[in-house]
Design a protein around this ligand. Structure first.
Ligand code: AMP
Ligand code: MG
Length: 414
């Protein structure tokens, strides 16, 4: 008899998954290797930024008091006594009506408290004249105006982006503590599966889920262990799953979690003594998505249907891996957009539709069935339509989850 599965909501399912995430620990990596990793310690400013008062322009450093009363009819003269570029420090100290020619980034000379831009000066025989008064600290980039020493600039759990790298370099971190990445394994199950190099033969299809998940992981900066493909045979699959589960923190299998005669994952979970967190989610595609835990390790049983497999990864695997690393932001970026076409077929389950989002409008990315492959490739987002009895119409505002944000847009509105 086929067991009756009780669907739970996506949020309930996610809560159960995240509730099982254990922190994986941290390691030190070289700064150049840290892009895309999760910070395991906060970044604390080891110095002020900027570390000294400096000139934000090419021009002349002056004492502002000397400029008092300057006007077009009363130009004030300065004698230029030195010339410094960024990285140089003048040995001179400014006295009355003296100026130092200074370039952007150079430390303000002693006595100086303002900078006159080149454009605001006229050169004279021994120096320059100016036609307006300057206030104290005018055109000065102040020590510590950006960051003050001791400040926590970025919290632990943040993704290291190029800007974070700039900060780390600024503060002299040649190495940085980052969260270790969980060891993730991928196993594709199905007697029908062929490798990418195999010729198509009747009844068989090439394994597209395995390579797709490798790429989904890569997009998160992860590598993975490949366990290849296994046929739908209980003992054989059990052996592979057992070995893979022992060697990884998180094993992703595709296929074999449904109630078909050759879907052996449920039996395998039982043999492993795994705790099944759920085996039915009120979502389309991917309602058969199953997540289990054995010896504190995740077993993600994704549907073999490519669109369902893809969605299951983004909805459950991604946040779980991020949580294991102590990341602060677990979820795909979310926005709202206007639906570009009608979607009238009502469904009691929440729908996640592969879609293409252009910044304003979002439209389904083609053939919309759980076994679709083409729409995954064409989409850059998932439309989220809540379950219920109603359909949705063009111009309705809907929720959108954004995928793979490293890809650009086809046009700009500037
Ligand atoms: P299953 O989840 O095993 O019931 O498989 C559901 C559908 O997905 C079937 O049509 C399978 O042939 C197909 N499928 C299963 N695994 C893969 C895979 N790795 N790549 C592409 N399609 C797959
Ligand atoms: Mg199968």
């Amino acid at each position: 008899m086929v067991e009756k599965r009780r669907p739970i909501s996506v949020s309930e399912a996610l809560e159960r998954v995240l509730g099982k995430a254990s922190l994986i620990g941290s390691e030190k990596v070289d700064l150049e290797e840290s892009y895309g990793r999760i910070l395991a310690e906060p970044i604390v400013a080891s110095s002020d930024v900027p570390p000294f008062n400096r000139s934000p322009y090419d021009g002349y450093a002056i004492r502002s008091a000397d400029s008092a009363g300057a006007s077009g009819d009363n130009r004030i003269s300065f004698r230029v006594i030195d010339h410094i570029g960024a990285g140089e420090v003048s040995a001179k100290k400014l006295k009355a009506n003296e100026a130092i020619r200074i370039m952007t980034g150079a430390q303000l000379p002693e006595g100086a408290d303002a900078v006159v831009m080149f454009e605001q000066t006229v050169e004279s025989e021994h120096g320059i004249t100016i036609r307006k008064p300057f206030k104290a600290l005018e055109n000065v980039s102040l020590q510590g105006e950006d960051v003050q020493k001791g400040e926590v600039v970025i919290d632990r759990g943040s993704l290291i982006n190029p800007g974070t790298i700039a900060l780390l370099a600024t503060f002299g971190y040649s190495q940085v503590a980052v969260a270790k990445q969980p060891v993730v394994g991928i196993l594709s199950t199905g007697t029908e599966l062929l490798g990418v190099d195999d010729e198509l033969v009747p009844g068989k299809i090439r394994n597209s889920n395995g390579p797709m998940i490798v790429a989904q992981l890569k997009r998160m900066g992860f590598r993975c262990k490949m366990y290849g493909m296994s046929i739908d045979q209980l003992d054989e699959s059990y052996q592979v799953v057992k070995k893979a589960a022992d060697e990884t923190d998180c094993l992703i299998t595709t296929g074999g979690v449904s109630v078909g005669d050759f879907d052996f994952l449920p039996a395998i979970y039982e043999r492993l003594g795994a705790e099944v967190l759920f085996n039915k989610v009120a979502m389309r595609p991917g309602s058969v998505t199953t997540v289990a835990v054995a010896n504190g390790r995740y077993l993600f049983g994704l549907s073999g249907n490519p669109s369902a497999c893809f969605t299951g990864f983004e909805l459950f695997v991604r946040p779980a891996l991020l949580k294991m690393m102590g990341a602060g932001k677990l979820y795909l970026p979310q926005t709202k957009a206007v639906l570009g076409e009608d979607f009238t077929k009502a469904n009691p389950f929440t729908r996640f539709i592969r879609a293409s989002y252009d910044g304003e409008t979002v439209s389904p990315a083609g053939f919309n069935k759980s076994n679709a492959v083409s729409s995954i490739a064409r989409g850059n987002a998932l439309i989220v339509l809540p379950g219920g009895s109603r359909g949705f119409h063009r111009s309705d505002t809907v929720d959108v989850l954004l995928l793979g944000m490293e890809e650009g847009a086809s046009k700009w509105r500037l």
